[in-house]
Design a protein around this ligand. Structure first.
Ligand SMILES: [Zn+2]
Length: 272
């Protein structure tokens, strides 16, 4: 059964409590990811995804849309502060190989590969001179330091309880600079937040944010960054109601990057 993504934001940290779950620009084989794989202990060989299997991880709808994409620069949900974009579109990373097993490391690589495949972002093992980097580790709960490059080490915590490819894609999204979809300033046109059903201590996670830059992209019910209908419900009643009922059971269920997730990252980082 599919589990749901729910993160909550705490100033610089976005935490996921209940987790489940382009443009083809300048794809470069992951040479540097290969380097990192060497750091995995003997016997823990990792296999990079083949293009074919990667494509199968992207929704058919997205692929169709991608084929008809007409790039436009006027249309640009992301952190507004451009200083929080990753320098040179490169995201140095470390993985705590003592905390993750082989399958988990593979999922982390898969998720980085998917983001990289659809954008001009590049993940590479951290080198000694890299001050700013992402570290994959297992904390007490799922979270990602937000939003974008904050400076220094920023953790992506993926403990067993919420570990899978969907949540890994989601947490990397925060590190790239993505906010939760339902925090967009225009969200009230698309969803109704039922505060009366939300646990008091998590109500802040449903607040709209003025720090979000939408780049003119439409509200995306299928975003990897969207909460599910019952996120942080205190009574199992609905907390997020979609104005378009057909999306009610879709929000928070997405297994892959959506068309607009990919678009957004490409706009944020000026991918061509
Ligand atoms: Zn989140």
């Amino acid at each position: 059964m599919m589990r749901n993504i729910v993160c909550f934001a705490v100033v610089l940290v976005v935490a996921d409590l209940y987790l489940t779950s382009g443009r083809f620009v300048n794809y470069v084989p992951n040479d540097r990811l290969e380097d990192a794989k060497d750091k995995v202990s003997v016997g823990d060989e990792l296999t990079a995804l083949e293009d074919e299997s990667l494509d199968s991880g992207v929704t058919k709808n997205s692929r169709n849309l991608l084929n008809h994409l007409i790039p436009t620069r006027e249309k640009r949900k992301a952190v507004k502060d451009s200083s929080r974009r990753w320098t040179n579109n490169e995201i140095p990373f470390e993985i705590d190989y003592f905390q993750f097993n082989k399958d988990e490391v593979q999922i982390i690589y898969d998720a980085m590969y998917i983001w990289q495949h659809h954008t001009c972002l590049r993940f590479r093992p951290r080198e000694t001179h890299d001050r700013n980097f992402v570290k994959f580790m297992k904390g007490e709960f799922c979270y990602s330091t937000t939003h974008g490059m904050n400076g220094g080490q920023q953790n992506i915590s993926l403990p067993q309880v919420c570990f899978n490819r969907q949540s890994t894609l989601h947490e990397i999204g925060h590190a790239i600079g993505f906010y939760h979809e339902h925090k967009r300033p225009d969200r009230d046109q698309y969803i109704t937040v039922h505060e009366e059903n939300i646990e008091d201590k998590f109500k802040y996670a449903f607040e709209k944010s003025n720090e979000i830059e939408t780049y003119g992209l439409p509200y995306d019910y299928t975003s990897i960054m969207h909460y599910p209908w019952n996120a942080f419900s205190k009574n199992n009643e609905i907390t997020i109601q979609t104005k378009d009922p057909s999306f009610q059971n879709i929000i928070g269920q997405t297994q892959d990057l959506s068309y607009y997730d990919i678009q957004l990252a490409n706009l944020m980082y000026n991918c061509r």
